[in-house]
Design a protein around this ligand. Sequence first.
Ligand code: GLU
Length: 507
Amino acid sequence: MERKVRVRFAPSPTGALHIGGVRTALYNYLFAKQHNGEFIFRIEDTDSNRFVPGAEEYILESFKWLGIPFDEGVSFGGNYGPYRQSERKEIYRKYVDQLLENGHAYIAFDTPEQLDAKRQEVANFQYDASTRNSMTNSLTLSKEEVENRIANGEKYVVRAMITPNQEIVVHDIIRGDVHVNSSILDDKVLYKSADNLPTYHLANIVDDHLMEISHVIRGEEWLPSAPLHVLLYRFFGWEDTMPQFAHLSLLLKPDGNGKLSKRDGDRLGFPVFPLQWTDPKTGEISSGYRESGYFPEAVINFLALLGWNPGNDQEIMSMEEMIQLFRLEKCSRSGAKFDYEKGKWFNHIYLQKRDNHNLATRFMPTLKEKGVECDAEKLATIIGLIKSRCSFVSEFWDQCYFYFLAPESYDEKAVQKRWKEDTPNLLNALVNYIETLSDEEFNSIEVSEKMVISWCESQGYNLGAVMNPFRLSVVGALKGPHMFEITALLGKEETLRRVRKALETIA
Ligand code: GLU
């Protein structure tokens, strides 16, 4: 029988969630949903030194905004809890003991000072088979001495006992078989008596086992830990249920030189976090995709394609489509360049897909700020006219302010180029003609356009000589949507008022 797919996203709450972490979570989610599996949210907080208050809440809020739901985990509940590692202390102790009893681990008393001294003494010092016999641990001390030290409250750690010169193979769905010689590994610390907590490696393995995780999909930065993880599965005798690994390639700087960092975002002016983050220690604020005006579906689509593609040219995909098409085997082994301009392009596309009323609601606060009143229906119509030129709601105002405000001034260059000697005559004639149109005629884009154009032709006027100054008068510049789309919405009275004002102002 095939194993039930259960995957997890297991961040350590050490700060804001990096956009690469969001991609890891997204791939886990797509994989889980495609296989009708479960997606679990686990908090790996056994390193209290790195704990940052607010980080867990931030991560949860990010996924809520992004529309990536979990089936189980911290704040979601489930049958495998608790899902916060700091609440699982009692669970781990027995696995530490098991490793000690089976001789796969040993107790070490070396203080940080002693370890430092050793590092000074021995170049490239590594705590392993070649050095462990010269250290202070249960292999070099008598049993009584070890017991005495523990009874006296001396702090100790438990280290994995790695046998050198063994071949370890990490089967990776993306990378194939990765062969490692155990001699390069050190005797990693698995547990610290000081806080009675396991380290990342042990807690990670024990929890993946107990939570029946079937696939570990995570960033490439964890690949060096994988051989130890494979060994731990062996030590516990859990090889049969060891999850399958898939290590995702890195997100690279836009120029491809190295890993994308928070500093690249600051330097090049784009967010690397889903939501704005305020560092609780320094107060430093980092920008977020949400606050920068991105739509969550655009961020998702953008990220999905950084390191994976469906094997054709399709770029725009709904979550449903991605769930159908996603393949771990198709994830790239080499890093994906972070192309921020592409991210903007995705937002442009998703802005076009958004309902105009929804966009109107988002734009309303800007109008209020500008002191402009406009009903939602009319605003939605205006947005429908201008949105093809925008990638963000924040760009709307520049594209549509003239619907609400008559020009205060006129673009000088355009005036020089388009306001000719006979312009006042032409515009006066246009005003007279428009006055003969009924409101109904004027407010229909098609009718008014047709009538004004045939009037121009019948008078023998050059169309551009009329329309350019007409636009300049109404908009203040030679920009904006189709002219009659603007005037139909402004209405006859306001349009004429603006043309008359231009005639008075532009000498
Ligand atoms: N706690 C690790 C992290 O912060 C999890 C790594 C893994 O998925 O095994 O990413």
